[in-house]
Design a protein around this ligand. Structure first.
Ligand code: ES4
Ligand code: ZN
Length: 325
């Protein structure tokens, strides 16, 4: 089995990482003080007690609350730099990073200010850590569909500064088909397309993401395994599946990491890869997710396959892709 050092040395891309999910509790408290935001936690110790999640929603409640401490362009830049430094230490060569601008705009922030802060951090990461990165604008599926259209209105003038569109937040009751027009618009803007599906929702949501939203990758996709046709389609069309083991365990998607269908997906030929989701909330960054799989018996060859899949299913251009392998 692979050592920690060997895990970090595998060339890999981070394809499933919410930048707001890298907000560590200490930083959230510091930002709350600096930005004069009241949080109902008197101490770090008290805040830490809020991380015992029982499902996706119980996590999202804290995640959205702490997101309210982010106010300035520098906050977003600092958050991005701290993340990219960590990713670099874990051997990430390239990162495609989710952000949730609907929530920031809802909190009264300016879309362009948020984007400028994130892009400034990404430039710092490129210059100082040699790590390339791009942004995927995530649509918050439990906000109204009109709200998704409004964020695309704001994003459209600078669509060339984004890599893709994604779909996240509370899944059950918010099927991908609700967003067919939103995603058609994003595709017409030249954006790559991904969606969270089959995390808490059923395999039919994965099927809708593939055939109605025309996604190029599925985020999580745990429940895809319930539909052999969906699995076959992902294998045939080389649809990446971005698994986040520590997230799935902490949100009780599975009660044990060994119950994730990772081997079955590999054997079916699906280009599944391993990622960190919201590392500040789930107890580990990308190398920790690889480590968790190594600890339950995934072989060096299997872990190397996950890393190779992450590069294969990334949206870097062909020329750059060759230089990463
Ligand atoms: C998320 Cl773990 C997860 N699932 C769905 N949406 C999210 N947004 C941030 N983390
Ligand atoms: Zn996610």
């Amino acid at each position: 089995t692979l050592s920690r050092q060997a895990i970090c040395q595998l060339p890999k891309a981070e394809l499933h990482l919410h930048i707001e999910g890298t907000l560590e509790p200490q930083l959230a408290l510091a930002l709350a003080e600096r930005n004069h935001i009241a949080l109902p936690y008197a101490s770090l110790e008290e805040l830490r007690k809020q991380y015992a999640f029982t499902n996706l929603q119980s996590f999202l409640d804290l995640y959205y609350q702490l997101m309210g401490t982010l106010k300035t362009s520098e906050d977003f830049r600092d958050l991005m730099i701290a993340y990219l430094e960590h990713a670099h230490d874990d051997g990430v060569r390239h990162a495609e990073i989710f952000f949730d601008p609907q929530v920031h705009v809802h909190n009264g922030l300016d879309y362009n200010m948020v984007l400028d802060g994130l892009l400034a951090g990404m430039q710092y990461g490129r210059e100082n850590f040699g790590i390339t990165s791009s942004l995927i604008l995530c649509i918050v599926r439990d906000m109204p569909v009109e709200d998704a259209h409004r964020i695309l209105d704001l994003a459209a003038p600078r669509a060339d500064e984004l890599c893709g569109i994604g779909l996240d937040s509370a899944e059950v009751g918010y099927p991908p088909e609700l967003f067919d027009e939103v995603f058609a618009r994003a595709r017409a803007m030249g954006l790559h397309v991904v969606a969270h599906a089959g995390e808490e929702g059923p395999s039919s949501y994965v099927e809708q993401a593939l055939n109605i939203l025309h996604v190029e990758r599925i985020d999580h996709g745990v429940r895809a395994i319930d539909d052999a046709q969906v699995v076959q389609q992902c294998a045939r069309d080389r649809i990446g599946m971005t698994s986040c083991p520590l997230s799935n365990r902490r949100l009780q998607v599975v009660d044990d990491i060994s119950k994730l269908p990772l081997r079955a997906l590999l054997e079916a030929g699906v280009p599944v890869s391993v990622h960190s989701d919201d590392p500040a909330y789930f107890g580990g960054y990308i190398a920790d997710n690889y480590q968790a799989l190594a600890n339950i018996g995934f072989s060096a060859a299997e872990l190397a396959q996950f890393a190779q899949h992450s590069i294969e299913t990334s949206f870097i251009d062909e020329h750059e892709r060759q230089t990463l392998l």
